[in-house]
Design a protein. Structure first.
Length: 174
């Protein structure tokens, strides 16, 4: 059974009852991923949704590059695919602008898993939407998450001075 350690790094308030949370996930004390998912606090439900996406460090960097280049989203823009991040042969994470009945005809940046397999082709429920006016904040928090994961993967090494001191102490003990 997997031993997963979740640490909330940052969050964005999307509206009065929804937050987008950025979490660092350490799986079995080895693999480190980023997890972005919605946290709901309403009368009916309080907790995380199952609709979040886990990203590798490379996928987070790709997402940051794509979303940091999104500018001036037209209010009248219809739904349009911006880019995608490959996860596997059959799975991609699609970044798109959605502006339809599901978004109350307001453009939102939709980041969602898409599967193309023999059994199913289409978007899954795993994903989240960001209002365009929250994009700068989204990218800032995304950079914080990337930094945390980089630090986890590359802990600060001891200085040469500390290293030589340890070597000297070991020699003295012999």
């Amino acid at each position: 059974m997997a031993n997963n350690d979740y640490t909330t790094i940052d969050k964005i308030n999307l509206d009065s009852s929804n937050q987008l949370e950025y979490q660092k996930v350490v799986i079995n004390d080895k693999k480190v991923l980023g997890d972005i998912r919605t946290y709901v606090d309403s009368q009916d439900y309080t907790g995380y949704t199952k609709k979040g996406i886990q990203f590798t460090l490379k996928q987070l960097r790709d997402l940051e590059e794509i979303t940091s280049n999104l500018k001036d989203i037209d209010e009248k823009e219809k739904s349009v695919k911006i880019d995608q991040i490959n996860v596997s042969d059959s799975t991609t994470i699609v970044i798109q602008i959605q502006n339809n009945k599901y978004t109350n005809f307001k453009p939102l940046i939709d980041i969602r898993t898409h599967i193309d397999s023999e059994n199913f082709t289409g978007f899954t429920k795993k994903g989240f939407r960001i209002p365009p006016d929250s994009l700068d904040e989204f990218n800032s928090k995304l950079n914080n998450l990337i930094s945390e994961i980089e630090n986890e993967n590359n802990p600060p090494s001891e200085s040469k001075e500390d290293s030589s001191m340890v070597s000297k102490l070991k020699k003295e003990m012999i």
